[in-house]
Design a protein around this ligand. Sequence first.
Ligand code: HEC
Ligand code: HEC
Length: 339
Amino acid sequence: MKRNAFIVFLSLLFAISCSKNEITPEDNYGPYNPTPVEMKVPAYFPIVTLPDDNPLTTEGIALGRKLYYDKIVDATHTNSCSSCHQQANAFSSPQPGLNVIQHQNLAWSRYFLWNGMLDSTLEDAMLFEVKDFLKTNLDDLNANEEYKKLFWQAFGVTTITYKEEAYAIAQFLRTAETSDSRYDRSLRHEIFLTDEELEGYTLFFTEKGDCFHCHPSPLFTDQQFRNNGLDATYTADNWGRYEVTGDPADMGKYKSPSLRNCELTAPYMHDGRYQTLEEVVEFYNSGVHLSPTVDPIMTKPGKENGLQLNEEQKHALVAFLKALTDSSFINNTDLSSPF
Ligand code: HEC
Ligand code: HEC
C-alpha cells in the first residue's frame, strides 16, 4: 500500500514536472491556424485545379515569397530563385546563355522546363528545384528560429522538410498571375488597341502570321511540345523533348513558351539565340528550317517561301507582342522581395 502510494506520488510529480517543462510549438510560435486565400482566376482563363493537400493560405504564400528571395534555399548560399528569375523580366533572366523560363501563370502549367522533363504538379516541380537543383541544406532552415516559426504557422510542422519548402514556393508561384496587359484591358473593354497593335493582332490570330495555333490566348501557350523549325539538324544541344522520351519523332521539340510579357524575357528560344522580338519575327517570316520533325503548321501550303510579311506587318506583329506586357505584374509588390 505504502509502495503503491509512493508510485502514485512519483507519477504525479512526473506528470506535473512534464507539463511544466514541455513547451509546445504554440508557446513558441503561436497558433497553427492558417488563413485561406482564394486564387484569382480571370473570367476568360481556363479553370485551374488546385491541389487538395496544398491550399493557398496567407501564411504559406508569404513564406514561399520569403524563400524565393532567400539564398538559404541554395546549399552553398550562392543563389536565390530570384537570382535567375527576376520580376522585372517576368521572372526570367536577361543573362545571355541562361535561357531561364519565365514564371507566370504557372498555376495552369502542365509540364515544366523547356523539354518538359518535369511532367508533374507544381508541388513536385518545386520539390525538384529545392531538393535536386539547389539542394537546400535543411539544417540551415531548421536552425533558423524565424523560419521554424513561419513553417509552423503555415504548415503546422516543427521539423522542416523539402516537402513544406516546396509547397510554400508552389503557393507563392500560383499567385504570380498575369492578366493585366493592354491586350487584357482591351478584352475587358477598358481600352482600345492602337491600329498598329490591331493589325498585329489580326496577323497573330489568322493564318497569315499563324502564331495562335501554338501560342493561343489567353495563356499564349498550348502547353505542347513543338518543333518550330529553328534548326535543320540535331545534336545533343538541341534534342529537346527527345532527351526525355527517346522518341525520334520528338527531336527538336520544345515546350511552346507563353508569349505573355515576351517584351521582357529576352534572350529568346531555349538557347537564347535571338536578342530581340524583331529577330524572332524575322525568323518566323523567312528563317524556318525544315527537318523530319518540324511542325506541320510550319509547312502548310502557302508557306513555302515563308510568311512573306512586309515591313509594316512585321512592325505590327511586334507591336501586338508588346501589347502582352503587363506592367502591373512586374510592379506587383506582393511578388517582390520581402527583404
Ligand atoms: C542559376 C539560375 C537558376 C536558379 C537559381 C533557379 N532557376 Fe529556375 N530555371 C532556371 C533555368 C535556366 C530554367 C530553364 C531550364 C530548362 O528548362 O532546362 C529554369 C526553369 C524553372 C522552372 C520551369 C518553368 C516552366 O514554365 O517550365 C521553374 C518552375 C523554376 N525554374 C523554378 C525555380 C525555383 C522555385 C527556384 C528556387 C528554388 C529556381 N527556379 C532557381 C534557372 C534558375
Ligand atoms: C508550330 C508551333 C509554333 C508556331 C506556329 C509559332 N510558334 Fe513561337 N514558339 C514555338 C516554340 C516551340 C517555341 C520555343 C522553341 C525553342 O525554344 O526551341 C517558340 C518560341 C517563340 C518565342 C520566344 C519566346 C521565349 O520566351 O523565348 C516567340 C517570341 C515566339 N515564339 C513568337 C511567335 C510568333 C510571333 C509566331 C507567329 C509568327 C509564332 N511564335 C509561331 C512554337 C510555335
